[in-house]
Design a protein around this ligand. Structure first.
Ligand SMILES: Cc1cc2nc3c(=O)[nH]c(=O)nc-3n(C[C@H](O)[C@H](O)[C@H](O)COP(=O)(O)OP(=O)(O)OC[C@H]3O[C@@H](n4cnc5c(N)ncnc54)[C@H](O)[C@@H]3O)c2cc1C
Length: 438
């Protein structure tokens, strides 16, 4: 484990230093700020919590009402690790907490909880106000370059500011909480520094990959459908010819491929399969409410009732406009055939296509467009009850920098807030000998 020397410019020592003022960092800071303890947040950007501001399309889906079992199942891995933390500070606790600091929330479809005001910025402002009211000091525009560790014990962090012109400053601290986030949406400040800092401290980092990320598809079909959103479709993901996942919901076509909730939720599986050089296919059911028999009856009825219409018009009753030419091309049904002249074989091809519209996945978008980062700090070296490092004394780790990522729906922010809560409470309790649960 490297020992990093202290630089010449030394700040006044603090009790607890938080690296990264995002969701986990702000929660950790406010929780750590018990009477008599000095807490400082070093934040790389000029304003803290830039990512939190844009979450949930600016509405901040900060948790989900799912019960503990379903909640932990929404994490790729790490659900088990989160249990002790969730057992102390979970979704209802978070909702009560936000209500107490002036941002009550309410659940929507799928148990997704948003602030009543529907504004993520209100969540950020309330958190900052709460932290400040508890005496937390913020140093923004300060990018932590290294951790200072001596004899496996943390001593503080070295950071840079734009104004320091290459001269590093040393912030001594008795406890350090690393909450520098993942590597996705790097423009928000979370550009993967936390992994480097943790690695330098001796922590293993499981390979990183973009997660909750849009997928690229082969050919020109997606670009022809660009902008089309399918609200209720079925999706099966095939990996090397075998169905690996089934889901139902909303997806969206883009100029490069596909996105939207059911695509993002399946993307981690797809990214891993692509990395292992496996073939990935999307099988889209455009009529999930009808089984094959019901769909055939519906087709027969339409073809009789609207038999004089040409197929390119008739299909408009069955499909969104943009899909009609794609359907005709892929089923090899001439668009100028009238409904009453469609052969039984053509009708069968149409039915099979409607239930199984296929696209090949050829890649995925990068960290710039991924909502979260898969991989990260190996969990076996972190105590799940306290978030403390098992390798470096007085170092705590919380939030997305850990190898934890969940589905869309408020799971990731709850994980960041809960782990931040735990790290802040336990760091403070170990200094002030107070009970972290009170
Ligand atoms: C567009 C988008 C929408 C999302 N929507 C949702 C949603 O609605 N619900 C949900 O649950 N999840 C959502 N997520 C995921 C969620 O935002 C993250 O999982 C969560 O913010 C992680 O919290 P964190 O505190 O660990 O990291 P972050 O919130 O990323 O905070 C890390 C902080 O550390 C700072 N930092 C980084 N390096 C350094 C350094 N070297 N020195 C000092 N500071 C540093 C960063 O500037 C940043 O402020 C969304 C993500 C994106 C990108």
């Amino acid at each position: 484990m490297p020992t990093i020397s202290k630089s010449n410019h030394q700040d006044k020592a603090v009790d607890i230093l938080i690296i990264g003022g995002g969701a986990a960092g702000l929660m950790a800071a406010g929780q750590a700020a018990s009477p008599g303890l000095s807490v400082c947040v070093l934040e790389k950007m000029e304003r803290p919590a830039r990512k939190l501001r844009i979450t949930g399309k600016g509405r901040c889906n900060f948790t989900n009402t799912a019960g503990l079992e379903d909640f932990t199942a929404a994490f790729d891995q790490g659900g088990k690790f989160l249990r002790p933390c969730f057992s102390r500070f979970f979704n209802q606790d978070l909702m009560r907490f936000f209500e107490a600091i002036g941002v009550p929330g309410r659940a929507e479809r799928g148990g997704r909880v948003f602030p009543d005001s529907q504004k993520g910025v209100d969540v950020v402002d309330a958190l900052l106000e709460w932290c400040r009211s508890r005496g937390v000091q913020f140093k923004t525009g300060c990018s932590v370059a290294s951790l200072v560790i001596e004899d496996r014990e943390i001593k503080g962090a070295v950071y840079r500011t734009a104004a320091s012109e290459g001269v590093d400053r040393f912030q001594p601290a008795r406890k350090v909480i690393l909450t520098a986030g993942g590597a996705s949406y790097p423009g928000t400040g979370s550009s993967g520094d936390g992994y480097r800092l943790a690695r330098e401290a001796g922590h293993g980092i499981n390979p990183l990959h973009p997660a909750l990320v849009p997928l690229q598809t082969s050919g020109k079909t997606a670009s022809r459908l660009q902008g089309l959103s399918l609200i209720n479709c079925g999706l099966r993901i095939f990996i090397d010819g075998k169905c690996a996942r089934t889901s139902f919901g909303e997806m969206l076509f883009t100029h490069y491929g596909v996105s939207g909730p059911i695509i993002l939720s399946s993307s981690s599986l797809v990214v891993k399969a692509l990395q292992a050089e496996k073939r990935v296919g999307l099988h889209i059911d455009l009529k999930p409410a009808l089984d094959h028999k019901q769909l055939d009856q519906r087709l027969q009825r339409d073809l009789v009732e609207r038999g004089k219409q040409v197929m390119s018009n008739l299909l408009r009753g069955l499909l969104p406009r943009k899909l009609v030419p794609v359907c005709l091309e892929q089923t090899e049904i001439p668009g100028d055939t009238t409904g009453n002249r469609l052969t039984a074989e053509e009708r069968k091809r149409l039915r099979l296509w409607l239930k199984d519209f296929q696209m090949d996945v050829c890649g995925h978008r990068g960290f710039e467009e991924a909502l979260v980062t898969g991989g990260g700090i190996r969990l076996k070296d972190v105590d799940p009850r306290t978030m403390s490092s098992k390798l470096v004394k007085d170092l705590y780790l919380a939030g997305e920098v850990l190898d934890i990522h969940g589905d869309t729906g408020g799971y990731n922010l709850q994980a960041a807030f809960s782990t931040g809560w735990s790290a802040g409470r336990h760091a403070a309790a170990s200094l002030a000998t107070c009970d972290p649960d009170k």
